[in-house]
Design a protein around this ligand. Sequence first.
Ligand SMILES: Cc1cc2nc3c(=O)[nH]c(=O)nc-3n(C[C@H](O)[C@H](O)[C@H](O)COP(=O)(O)O)c2cc1C
Length: 323
Amino acid sequence: MDFNRIFKSKPVFALSPMANVTNLPFRLVCRDFGADMSFTEMISSHAIAHENAQTAKMARVLAGESPCAIQIMGPDEKAVTSAIRELESLRESGQTYPDFYDINLGCPSKNIMRSKSGAYLLQNPDAIEKIVAAATKASAIPISCKARLGLSSDKIADVARACENGGAGMLTIHARTASQGYSGKAKWESVRKAVEICSIHVMCNGDIKTPADAQVALDKSGAGGVMIGRAAISNPGIFNECKIAMGMAPTGIGAMDKSAVFGKYCDYSGKYGADSISYARMFAIELTRGAKGGATTRRAMSKCGNSACLAKALASLEGQKIE
Ligand SMILES: Cc1cc2nc3c(=O)[nH]c(=O)nc-3n(C[C@H](O)[C@H](O)[C@H](O)COP(=O)(O)O)c2cc1C
């Protein structure tokens, strides 16, 4: 699967990589509700080298999940190369089926910055280019990158060029600087700059909660697609909602109430090996957002120790449909 095939039908709607959220069952739920592309949670190069069982689980992508990426982060080309070699051996032995590897150039958390990975790299486009070039060389499948605009100021032109020169085929831009965290607004004009100077595929990301937000982001940025993170946690139907609003899918497609959506998540968890209850609890709690009686239900859910308890609590809420 190359990026030109993914972007043959545009715009593309992708589920963001999210640590402690985008495990296999959650990704499958979002795919059922129209996400065209997905990403694993980020996996550090250090974890890939040292924590094999857990890493193999986090890196598990199904053959039928395509297109899906394993997201990795590391401080330099040596760490990223050895991580990719490990992942390639899992892929070659049929333990995972990623279509590409995505390099995290945007995580601003203290731990990641301290490890000189993620957003730390935004201040050094040369280092980005070296990492991407090394990743491209070590991998038989394509490489993409996910970045913010810069560390504390907008350096996206340099970052985008570094990704392209290194050989990445796609760049997703969370249109804020790392020091902004989640404050301020996504700056779509900066994404447009990257679209104009690069010939690789660009996705825009940040604050997309409704189909109208997605349309504005696409119009202002000129990107080939949108990536959606937080809004998909409480509403996996956001992908189909965008497609319906843009005339790309029929109204009512796959509508389901929230209990049934959680049931789907539990079925996938059972089928593919349940993750810790914290993932299921987080998802069930997020599904109550905006529902009448949600706060009481969330309190009850915080005490649940298994998914049957979570399902029962969710069923007590008025049925709300997700498309
Ligand atoms: C809980 C959580 C975990 C995240 N983990 C990752 C991650 O592992 N890798 C990554 O590139 N971005 C991560 N992000 C950032 C999102 O992918 C996304 O870029 C950001 O939330 C902005 O998009 P949104 O406004 O649609 O949520 C995470 C965000 C959240 C809320």
